[in-house]
Design a protein around this ligand. Structure first.
Ligand code: SAH
Length: 343
């Protein structure tokens, strides 16, 4: 297979062009075509000599991320995209429009092997990891298709980003690097189900990104029933890893909690959550569960969700209910992709 040129960092590309016997400034030119002008083909790199472009074409490739479908919400302008990759795997991404700018949610894997009980993405298991360039490609294509600047990126689509750690790191560095789109690290969020060793590794990178931790259960036992990953990584150790991330980076953790009627929205859960979150400098995001047709979880009505939030707030917890975006387009994450796989 030809080499994946979009997955080279700026510094790596400089070394690469020198090995090809070209001056270093060629790296800047190529990098700008790939990561600022967002071209899909070497033939568009007009300031490179033709024979050099041909040599690049022979040895490297720009991996395709091709839009198959786009759904637009009439309610709030949210757009959902389905992209096809070189091997016919498909991934979903979402563009959400907020006052503070456009936020894109990308997938980090085709499928997922974490098996969370309420999630549609894991039903068929993991197909493969996405390369850094395929993660970038989702952002780049959306920016090009919509003709609007993307200012925030969340890695909250299909897949477990810390299960694809090396590629995730390259992705983060290229996305936030000054020679590329230069998206501020503070405008990037990575969400994990809690792969503890990788959380420690990520903390050591001292990036300014936000780490979101999918909590979903208020005790080890409750969490284990919803998230198989909790068998390997217990709650107590997980919270220590969160504290370490905060200590190393100064970035407070966002905890995510999918509210499921009768499962994790009881008075007891309020108390357990308070004891977990109160001592910590953190934020809690409640997500009324998106019903997935293969699963029979029920979302609490908005009054109950509001009640749950109020009780936490009274106890001094910093909490929000996630605003539902694109309610009229294809349900929970992962379901657009699944509809395609099945047909
Ligand atoms: N693997 C990462 C990213 C996954 S998706 C993680 O686990 O964090 C982003 C968030 O959506 C996670 O908190 C995930 O648990 C949650 N989620 C998945 N399916 C959901 C559903 N049907 N309803 C509500 N939230 C869901």
């Amino acid at each position: 297979m030809k080499k994946d040129i979009c997955a080279y960092t700026y510094e790596q590309l400089q070394e690469e062009v020198q090995v090809l016997g070209e001056p270093k400034f060629r790296a800047r030119q190529i990098y700008e075509w790939l990561h600022v002008k967002l071209v899909d083909d070497f033939s568009e790199m007009r300031n490179l000599p033709k024979n050099f472009r041909m040599r690049l074409q022979e040895q490297y490739q720009i991996l395709p991320v091709i839009m198959l479908e786009r759904q637009e919400s009439h309610l709030d302008g949210t757009n959902k995209f389905l992209f096809r990759l070189y091997d016919d795997n498909m991934v979903e991404s979402v563009l959400m429009r907020y006052h503070h700018g456009n936020s894109v949610c990308i997938s980090s894997q085709a499928g997922c092997r974490m098996g969370c009980k309420f999630c549609a993405s894991g039903i068929d298991g993991l197909e493969r990891n996405l390369s850094a360039s395929e993660m970038l490609g989702q952002v780049y294509q959306i920016q090009k298709i919509m003709g609007e600047r993307v200012s925030n990126v969340v890695v909250m689509g299909t897949g477990e980003p810390l299960d694809n750690y090396q590629n995730l790191l390259i992705f983060l560095k290229i996305l936030s690097g000054e020679h590329g789109l230069h998206i501020s690290q503070r405008s990037i969020t990575v969400s994990t189900c809690g792969i503890i060793p990788k959380m420690y590794e990520l903390a050591q990178e001292h990036l300014q990104i936000t780490l979101a931790l999918s909590l979903h259960g208020s005790t080890q036992e409750k969490r284990r029933r919803l998230m198989p990953v909790a068998d390997a990584y217990g709650l107590e150790e997980l919270l220590k890893a969160c504290d370490n991330y905060f200590q190393e980076t100064g970035r407070r953790i966002t905890f995510e909690y999918s509210l499921i009627h009768g499962v994790n929205d009881t008075q007891e859960d309020v108390q357990e959550l308070v004891s977990i979150l109160k001592p910590r400098n953190c934020h809690l995001n409640l997500i009324p569960v998106n019903p997935v047709k293969e699963r029979n979880f029920i979302r609490p009505d908005s009054k109950n969700a509001q009640n749950f939030k109020n009780k936490l707030e009274k106890n001094g917890i910093n909490v929000t209910i996630r605003r539902e975006m694109g309610a009229d387009i294809d349900g929970a994450c992962g379901q657009l992709r699944r509809r395609y796989i099945q047909t």
